[in-house]
Design a protein around this ligand. Sequence first.
Ligand SMILES: Nc1ncnc2c1ncn2[C@@H]1O[C@H](COP(=O)(O)OP(=O)(O)O)[C@@H](O)[C@H]1O
Ligand SMILES: [Mg+2]
Length: 421
Amino acid sequence: MTSEFRPCYAGITEQLDPRLQYNIGMRILLFSGKGGVGKTSLAAATGLKLAQLGYRTLVMSIDPAHSLGDSFDLDTDLFHSQTSDPLSINDGLSILELNIQKEVKRHWQEISSYVTSVLRTTGISDVEAEELAILPGMEELSAMMYINQYRRENRYDVVVLDAAPTAESMRFISMPTTLDWYMKHIFPFQRNLLKAVRPIANRVAPFELPPDSYFGNIRDLFEKLEGVGEIMEDPNTTSVRLITNPEKMVLRETQRAFVYFSLHGLTVDTVIVNRVLPSDVSDRWFSEWHSSQDSIIRELEEYFAPVPVRRVPLFAHEVLGQQRLQDLAKVLYSEAEDPSAVTRTEKPYTFEKRNGAYEVRLLLPFATKSEIGLFKKGDELVVEVGTLRRHIGLPRSMATLVPVRARLESRVLTVELKEAQ
Ligand SMILES: Nc1ncnc2c1ncn2[C@@H]1O[C@H](COP(=O)(O)OP(=O)(O)O)[C@@H](O)[C@H]1O
Ligand SMILES: [Mg+2]
């Protein structure tokens, strides 16, 4: 995105272009995939390799089913009793598992106490109210805040994200867009409305309306997130590594994940097929596994081309502890290879003027025509694929145009926009 497309935040103070302020060059490698495919192990091995190369590296787990501590074979009770600050593994490497309870206390106090107080009026118990006040997305937003903070402070050279199974990762990456939208459309409206109605409403409403500090809190949070959307969409900063296993069920989910990441403007630079049966396993029992894995890997390579597909063999044991993680890193990367190198910068979407018409082009491999929805709302183009929705803020020169035609051709959705008649 160029600064021209930067969304404006109604009601929020003017900010400098965040890229000018924070153009420090931290890399983010996001490991995503279905539960159990090997995300944590591969993210941890990558962290070790990066630290060896001299990068200040953080491996951060944003998967609520944390297993990073286990992967490093740490005493997890001890690890979890720590604050939610990164834990140093060696000179170059730290790890962090986000703990939502601690995050709520740190960043979400105002919002969750308000939600709790509202819930209490419905007659449910305090404990239940507090549980429910952990709203979906808080974990993901907290992770984003840390990423932004580390980047601003120039604390790490590379952050490796061990992300949740695909659905939650999608929520994670769509957060900045959702928040932009919220701030632009809902926040100013809701706030003004409340100012007007509070004197009356507080007397008649069944529960207290949120105090002004609630909005102050939301705004503070939002400022902490300022610029994080651009970071995630910049292929020179963020690359997605999709982890999969050579099984039909997992393959489909990997393809879907690819569509969703593209839709959200993130660049997938590698697909890693983990747990490939080594060819020297020759027992007849495994012969059908060999042939089905071969054909699925071929299918993967065809689908994802030109995105490279790497193979990691099934080890004879679980990958636990630093030594085994190092072994994993050795089969994943060659000796001199730098896992943080930028290898693909193909933008998942572009804006162009062509023969007098304007075009928005989105890379949507594997999406089918029937699941794509498209409409214009204000100065945004809204693209839906299945249940996912993306608001694409149009540049000012295109904001008054309306979509007239769309075609899906060789994995690219092209939307043609023209002046309204
Ligand atoms: N290539 C491999 N060979 C053998 N075991 C593996 C391999 N990759 C991962 N494992 C093991 O599989 C289990 C799940 O891996 P994990 O990295 O926790 O997956 P995820 O984070 O995707 O849920 C762990 O016990 C891990 O040690
Ligand atoms: Mg995991």
